[in-house]
Design a protein around this ligand. Sequence first.
Ligand code: B12
Length: 263
Amino acid sequence: MHSKRITLFVLQNYYYVSYTITILSAKRGAESVLSGSIHPKRKKEYEKENLLSELEQTIVSGKRADAARVSKELLRQGMEPLDIINLALVKGMNTIGDRYARNQIFLPQVLQASEAMYEALDILLPLILKEAVREEGIITIGVVEGDVHDIGKNIVKTLLAAAGYEIIDLGRDVPADKFIDAVSARKAQVVAMSTLMTPTMDSMKNTVDALEQAGLRSSVLVIIGGAPTSQEFATEIGAELHATNAQEAIKKMKRATRSGTLI
Ligand code: B12
C-alpha cells in the first residue's frame, strides 16, 4: 500500500521529480569534479571540453592573445591540432558568420575574429605533419580575383601539403593570368580555387576559360571549394571537382587519379 502511494506520487509529479533528479545529479557531478572524486580520465575530458568552448569564445570575442594561450593549453593536454581547428576555431567562425548575417555584429568584429583565428592557426597549422612519403603531385591554389577571404584556403592548403602534395600558394584576389603563369612555369597538375562570395564565383569561370585559351585545360585537374560553390556549379563552369573541405578534396583527387582522369 505504502509503495503504491509512492508510485502514484512519482507518476503525478513526474516533471517535478525528474527535474529534481537532474539538478541533484548535475550538482553531484560538479561537486565530484571540484572535490577531485571524478575519474581522472573523465576529468581530463571535462577540462578539454571546457578549453574547447573557451577557445571558441576567444574567436567570437576576437581575443588574439587568449586564442593563442588556450590553443597552446589544448596542445599541452594532448589534443590534435586538426581537432582543435574543427571543434573550436571553425565553430567560433561559424557563429561570427551567423551573427554578421543577422546584422548583430559588423565588419570590425568579423575582422577581429579572423585575426584571433589566425593567431591560433599560426600555432596549429605548422604542427600538422606531413604524412605522405611520396609527392602526390603539384597543386596551384588561390582565392580567386575579387575575394580576400583566405582562412579556409589556408587550412585546405596545409592539409593538402600534409597529404603529400607540393603546393604553390598564389594567395588571395588572384587574377586568372596568375594561375596560368604558375601552371605553365611549374607544370602543376591541379588548379584549386577558393571563393566565399557569390559575386566572385564568376572569377572561377574566368580562370577555367583562361586555362582553355592558354591550351592548358587538358593537362590540369580543376577543383573548386568555398561556401557558395557546389558540384553542380563546378560542372557548369567546366571544372572537374568540387569539395566541401580538404579531406573530401584529397579523397576525390585520389579517386580521379586512380580512374586515370589525371595526375
Ligand atoms: C572572416 C570573414 C571575413 C574577413 C576575412 C578575413 C580573411 N583573411 O579571410 C573579412 C573581415 C576581411 C571579410 C570581408 C568581407 N566579407 Co566576409 N566573411 C567572413 C566570415 C565571417 C567567415 C569566413 C571564414 O573564414 N570561415 C572559416 C573558414 C575555415 O571556412 P571557409 O572559408 O568556408 O573554408 C572551408 C570550406 O569552405 C572549404 N574551402 C574553402 N576554400 C576551399 C577551396 C578548395 C579548393 C576546397 C576543396 C575547399 C575549400 O574548406 C575550408 C575548411 O573546411 C564569412 C561568413 C561565413 N559563414 O563563412 C563572411 C562572408 C564570407 N563575408 C561576406 C562579405 C559580404 C564580405 C565583404 C564583401 C563585406 C564588406 N561589405 O566589405 C568583405 C569582402 C571583401 C573582399 N573583397 O573579399 C559574405 C559573403 C556573402 C556572399 N555569399 O557573397 C559572408 C558569407 C558573410 C555574410 N553572411 O554575409 N570577411
